[in-house]
Ligand binder design. Structure first.
Ligand SMILES: NC(=O)c1ccc[n+]([C@@H]2O[C@H](COP(=O)([O-])OP(=O)(O)OC[C@H]3O[C@@H](n4cnc5c(N)ncnc54)[C@H](OP(=O)(O)O)[C@@H]3O)[C@@H](O)[C@H]2O)c1
Length: 330
């Protein structure tokens, strides 16, 4: 069936400026790490993408290795782009990344210029795109000079294959260095993509301050801790959940008794706030102005509808924040 995007798609989304750049991103962005590979159901992920765009989500995040198999999320996204979004490319911010293993031999992962340039060429082919909006170095590489990796990002922008560049999983000090090199090269770092949720807090110990000082945006990934910060694991591990899937990155042992205790207590606070736990976990991140967008994953259309309502209640009382801290430190 032909898809006509909703004329109301920009009515309710909030857009936040990404650092000190000209780009605004939706407060909620959608990632295609899980649920968009060849192992997943076409009809389901096509519906999720349509719903996301209809809700004002303009930013879709990919990487060379998303699937499984690696590369298949980009392929599938490319197909749907062509079918449903062909006339809307200028309304979309599409990102991809390179850093993890993609092909055998010494040039198939990490941070050399050889790898980054070849990998982006492959990603563009899979998505049938001329350029991506943001290209990231996916993880730091201590064996490659940072200058080489950053020069590769600069080159890719000069070649017109990406409009902006970003870094992901870089610690505070290595991020500061990378941002400095990019600035000297004349290709400012647009954004950093770190793991951040109520359960994973390392960015609070320096990275967020560096990004604010340098005028770089921040888009936390796995803000729901891969689904732990939702109501799904309150009573065991459902068979269709990430923790139960053989290719899921959330391991059964991460749904520990202690975690479930914390989740139950957090869920009670969410209920008092008239939110679901997923909504509260996202609002909790978005309460900080240094955050540009939360980068969520979704396995079902209903989850998207649920999570998007985080935008309706982003204020926390001092008491609520203190109660949350007590639970997180328990
Ligand atoms: N840069 C990096 O190194 C890196 C690493 C990881 C991820 N990422 C990016 O971040 C994106 C998001 O990561 P993530 O998928 O781990 O994020 P997440 O939002 O923490 O977890 C998504 C999972 O949570 C569950 N979920 C989502 N909304 C729900 C709701 N309202 N109610 C109940 N369950 C809900 C679903 O799990 P079920 O499948 O169990 O239903 C969904 O697959 C990725 O797609 C990718 O773009 C980047």
């Amino acid at each position: 069936m032909n898809y006509q995007p909703s004329p109301q798609r920009y009515a309710s989304m909030e857009y936040r400026r990404c650092g000190r750049s000209g780009i605004k991103l939706p407060a909620v962005s959608l990632g295609l790490w899980h649920n968009f590979g060849h192992v997943d159901t076409y009809k389901n992920y096509r519906q999720i993408l349509r719903m996301a765009f209809d809700a004002g989500i303009t930013h879709f995040d990919l990487a060379n290795n998303y699937g499984p198999p690696p590369g298949s999320a980009e392929e599938n996204f490319g197909k749907i782009l062509k079918k449903d979004f062909a006339g809307y490319r200028d309304e979309l911010i599409i990102s991809s990344k390179a850093g993890y293993l993609m092909w055998p031999g010494p040039y198939g992962e990490w941070g050399s210029k050889k790898y980054l340039v070849s990998s982006l060429d492959q990603s563009l082919k899979r998505m049938k795109l001329d350029y991506v909006d943001i290209f990231y170095h996916h993880r730091p590489d201590s064996d490659t000079p940072l200058e080489e990796t950053m020069t590769a990002l600069d080159l890719i922008v000069r070649q017109g294959k990406a409009l902006y560049v970003g870094i992901s999983n870089y610690g505070a000090e290595e991020a500061r260095k990378a941002i400095g090199i990019l600035k000297q090269l004349g290709t400012p770092c647009l954004i950093h993509q770190p793991k951040y949720s109520m359960f994973v807090r390392w960015v609070e110990d320096g990275l967020l301050n560096v990004l604010e000082e340098e005028g770089v945006g921040c888009i936390p990934f796995s803000p729901l801790a891969q689904g732990l910060l939702t109501n799904k694991y309150l009573n065991g591990i459902p068979s269709d959940s990430r923790a139960a899937k053989p290719h899921g990155f959330l391991k059964e042992e991460e749904v520990s008794e202690h975690r479930v205790e914390q989740i139950k207590k957090l869920n009670t606070i969410a209920e008092q706030r008239e939110q679901t736990l997923a909504q509260m976990a996202l609002s909790w991140i978005l309460k900080d102005d240094r955050i540009t967008s939360v980068l969520i994953g979704v396995s079902k259309p209903e989850q998207l509808t649920d999570s998007l309502q985080c935008l309706n209640n982003k204020k926390f009382s001092g008491e609520e924040l203190a109660e949350i801290e007590t639970i997180l430190h328990s």
